[in-house]
Ligand binder design. Structure first.
Ligand code: AMP
Ligand code: ZN
Length: 457
């Protein structure tokens, strides 16, 4: 079965064909670790997790790489202002190295709590300074760079199709060019290497052919994707904000160095909005996964909320929708728990589910197929087996869930035990009478294929 994916380079759906027969390269821009991830960031990683699971569902062996940006991402996209890491260090009173470690660990915990599959390769910008310097040196030799008093810059006027991914209107930019560009030759030029200020020492800096300093933010992804995948690989992902600057610049670098646009497919997750505005780390006003947990929400309810919206539409966050999602997830878990074991996957529903997934990851429609399957007349045990198959995509790990055991007082436990004996002896009237007695004491017994379940009313 073909997979159709929306490619932002072509701005259309395209049939996915892997470059290699035995593996698929997937590179996803990772977190800038100067603070915790907010739930908006996590929506993007959830979309990428769905993409990876969809590829695996279709039998591909996915080489999934995520980078950790621990240096060089400046506060302003115009390549000035402070490094976010150094700013984070000032805010917390810890060193830039310490906060990088702290927020990397926190990020890995968050994605594990959301059942996002860990990438096969993690790579840190600060572990790949030599690769980045090599990359810049090649671009320099090929004549794409120039020096200013504060660093090495990429000259975007050397490429006719610079900004094609974003369908950038360069003439318009030039015409409206009253913005301060300092020593840059063109508004879209960007830093490859920034020099440390002469009068102060940075916490993170390295020697280079151009002087002591640090890499620009975009070069790490070009250098590390070439190292862990190839300079031409299958799919590159990130959030929609990356289209105009970060990904356009990665492409410019690769075109200059390797003559490729990095990836055959460019896919972007659309933003989580809050009160119709974007949620951003720099505003300081953001919701962490831990905030939801502190409010009694299961992290997987947030996963379920994100799955219910297509990745190419913005999702407006509200506590009401999150709580509704928690209720929906609970209902699904209880339904699953109540289904008998030993069935087989229903091929017709499995095909319909996969067809929706393979049409640009249409999870909302795939989930509708799931509910339809659960309401259908197929055997209960087949429903369970089919749901297990779907769960490979949904990542809810339904199998490991069980209802919370209510605190059962002793006299209720005694009635339950009596009822069990009555049922074993097929004394149905006695069993029903005991059920009523238990009910009037505020507890509910349910007979499921997995055994008797007792809940507080
Ligand atoms: P950062 O840690 O800021 O470099 O961002 C990590 C990832 O989150 C990137 O892929 C961003 O594009 C993405 N991102 C940032 N803000 C949001 C948001 N509000 N909704 C969804 N994704 C986001
Ligand atoms: Zn990147």
């Amino acid at each position: 079965m073909d997979i159709q994916l929306y490619d932002n380079w072509e701005r259309s759906l395209r049939t996915f064909k892997p470059i290699h027969t035995d593996w698929v390269g997937l590179y996803c821009c990772g977190p800038t670790v100067y603070d915790y991830a907010h739930i908006g960031n996590l929506r993007t990683y959830l979309f990428e997790d769905i993409l990876r699971r969809a590829l695996e569902l279709n039998g591909y062996n996915v080489r999934h790489v995520v980078n950790i940006t621990d240096v060089g991402h400046l506060v302003s996209d115009a390549d000035d202002g402070e490094d976010k890491m150094e700013k984070g260090a000032r805010r917390t009173g810890q060193s830039a190295w310490e906060i990088a470690e702290k927020y990397t660990v926190a990020f890995k915990e968050d994605i594990a709590r959301l059942h996002i599959l860990a990438p096969k390769i993690w790579c840190k910008a600060t572990d790949h300074i030599a690769e980045q310097i090599d990359f810049i040196s090649i671009i320099e030799e090929k004549g794409y760079t120039y020096l200013t008093s504060d660093g090495v810059y990429f000259d975007t006027s050397k490429q006719d199709d610079y900004g094609y991914l974003a369908r950038l209107n360069r003439e318009g930019l030039e015409a409206g060019k009253r913005i301060e560009i300092g020593e840059k030759k063109n508004p879209t030029d960007f830093a490859l290497w920034k020099l440390s200020p002469a009068d102060s020492q940075r916490q993170m800096e390295w020697d280079s052919p151009w002087g002591r300093g640090f890499p620009g933010w975009h070069i790490e992804c070009s250098a590390m994707s070439a190292k862990y995948l190839e300079p031409w690989f299958d799919i590159h992902c990130g959030g929609e904000d990356h289209i105009a600057i970060h990904h356009s610049n990665e492409i410019a670098q690769n075109q200059a160095c390797h003559g490729t646009r990095l990836a055959n497919f460019w896919m972007h997750g659309y933003f989580l909005q809050i009160d119709a505005g974007k949620m951003s780390k720099s505003s300081g006003d953001f919701l962490r996964l831990q905030t939801l947990i502190d409010d009694g929400i299961d992290p997987l309810a947030y996963r379920w909320l994100c799955l219910s919206a297509h990745y190419r539409s913005q999702l407006n966050f509200s506590w009401e929708s999150l709580k509704a999602s928690q209720t929906g997830l609970n209902r699904l878990r209880e339904t699953y728990f109540g289904l008998a074991r030993g069935g087989v996957i229903n091929e017709e529903f499995a095909q319909r589910f996969k067809t929706e997934i393979n049409l640009d990851l249409n999870l909302p429609k795939a989930i509708a197929v799931m509910w339809e399957m659960l309401k259908s007349a197929i055997p209960e045990s087949d429903k369970r087996a089919t749901l297990d198959y779907f769960d490979g995509m949904l990542g809810l790990n339904l199998q490991s869930w069980e209802p919370k055991k209510a605190e059962i007082p002793e006299h209720i436990a005694a009635l339950v035990a009596q009822r069990q004996v009555a049922r074993q002896n097929k004394l149905w009237a006695e069993s029903d009478r005991l059920r009523d007695e238990i009910k009037s004491a505020g507890f509910e017994v349910e007979d499921t294929p997995s055994g008797m379940v007792i809940k507080a009313n």
